[in-house]
Ligand binder design. Structure first.
Ligand code: GTP
Ligand code: MG
Length: 195
């Protein structure tokens, strides 16, 4: 699959602000700063479609991007950002739960983890949550440019073990910086949309 057209369709914090159901959606989840917005820019070939920032907590809304007039990529706000207040993090939880549990158009959630580290407790909880709703199965290991080729198998194994992935679950190493890994991810997304 190639992405030829992409645009920000809607920014939402609650369900009555979501765009209409009926177009399949693939969402990106992961902790703050893991690289969700960067991945969206990589896939669409647009440097500034989604805002990227060195300071965690950049994306605080649910952003719906219309892709090829065919499906949507949904950039979810990151979790695990310590500096947000309790009321903000509670609001985040409610916002995420409503989308993940109620959205009929949602086909799959791609969970992003940083390739350099073992997935955090929150990453594991998130993945278990997705599994509960049948939205699991695909993990992107971000910032692949930050480790050496030699370290790759060890880090991939660590991710698989920590998230308790099964043999069918897919982990794709991607670098937004070096622009690697995205073709495999696009092919996987195409399979999800065709399923
Ligand atoms: P929130 O919106 O806060 O949830 O963050 P996010 O997950 O959208 O992360 P974002 O894409 O804003 O990236 C966070 C930081 O990581 C930025 O400084 C990016 O430049 C950097 N980054 C993202 N992807 C990569 C990558 O593949 N390689 C390297 N080296 N840096 C990356
Ligand atoms: Mg973001």
């Amino acid at each position: 699959m190639k992405i030829n057209r992409s645009e920000l369709e809607t920014v939402a914090v609650k369900p009555n602000q979501y765009p209409p159901e009926g177009t399949p959606e693939i969402a990106f989840a992961g902790r703050s700063n893991v690289g969700k917005s960067s991945l969206l820019n990589l896939l669409t070939g647009r440097k500034k479609l989604a805002r990227v920032s060195g300071s965690p907590g950049k994306t605080r809304t649910i952003n719906f991007y219309r892709i090829n007039d065919e499906f949507r990529i949904v950039d979810l706000p990151g979790y695990g950002y310590a500096k947000v207040s309790k009321s903000v993090s509670e609001g985040w939880g409610e916002m995420m739960e409503r989308y993940l549990e109620q959205r009929e158009s949602l086909r799959k959630v791609i969970q992003l983890v940083d390739i350099r580290h073992a997935p955090s407790k929150q990453d594991v909880e998130m993945y278990q949550y997705l599994r509960h709703f049948g939205l699991d199965g695909i993990v992107v290991a971000t910032k692949a440019d930050k480790i050496s080729r030699n370290q790759l198998p060890k880090q991939m194994k660590l991710i698989r073990q920590t998230l308790k992935l099964s043999a069918e679950d897919i982990v794709i190493p991607v670098s937004a910086l070096k622009k690697t890994g995205y073709e495999e991810l696009l092919d996987t997304m195409e399979e999800i949309l065709e399923a």
